[in-house]
Write a protein that binds this ligand. Sequence first.
Ligand SMILES: NC(=O)c1ccc[n+]([C@@H]2O[C@H](COP(=O)([O-])OP(=O)(O)OC[C@H]3O[C@@H](n4cnc5c(N)ncnc54)[C@H](OP(=O)(O)O)[C@@H]3O)[C@@H](O)[C@H]2O)c1
Length: 230
Amino acid sequence: MTKTVLITGANRGIGFEFAKQYCEDGWRVHACCRSPENATELSRALEGRDAQIHKLDICDQDSINDLQAKLVDEPLDILLNNAGIMGGDIQSFGNINYADWEQALKTNTIAPLRIFESFHSNLLAGNDKKVINLSSKMGGIETYIRGGDYIYRSSKTALNMVTVNLDYEFRSQDICFLVFHPGWVQTDMGGVEADITPSHSAQSLRQSIANATIEDSGTFLNYDGSPLSW
Ligand SMILES: NC(=O)c1ccc[n+]([C@@H]2O[C@H](COP(=O)([O-])OP(=O)(O)OC[C@H]3O[C@@H](n4cnc5c(N)ncnc54)[C@H](OP(=O)(O)O)[C@@H]3O)[C@@H](O)[C@H]2O)c1
């Protein structure tokens, strides 16, 4: 049976690679982005595939509601909360832009929960029932060893807590919640010096997601599937 995935922020970076690779693998893909009219590379990559591009701003409840109404009868195997932001270039003590911080919390922490709330019934109707939240090692409390980056780091740490909370509440419904670090990836966010390509990151993540079972729910994993500490 064909499997279905919904991906946020699919127009570029790791999200684009997820959309492209899931399609190539025969999945039905709902590729979401803020501006489908500008997503020419995504349109080209998905052409002729079982895929649809949808308009979605993950911080806008009306936008989420519109998409949910459009997909109301669509079972989802995987909800992939990929879209995220750094929260601005200046995040050092004494220079914090609090408006950027609010936006980062809305985008990186609150939106994945909002989207799950809206697509909960779609996941219950799917087979795999996996919610994947892309976090970052930068949100790790035990492992991180330098200061700064207050905005990005706190927003991802909070996303980790949201994910664990969801696991406690919904494990009885057989929904598997995972937080992943995608590696340091060569995207607009990661920069050209980063360790791995988006293609490599998405390939490894897809394998790790496929290998995960309900027993893994509520854990923080590296892109290769190895466990990370909080
Ligand atoms: N790259 C890395 O090294 C790295 C490391 C650790 C974690 N991550 C995480 O991995 C995920 C993907 O990162 P990436 O490197 O692919 O980032 P990216 O290249 O900067 O792409 C970010 C994506 O998120 C979308 N987005 C941002 N705000 C949005 C909103 N309000 N509504 C809808 N879409 C929105 C962007 O859309 P627009 O084009 O419309 O802006 C874009 O598609 C993020 O959650 C990031 O925090 C990345």
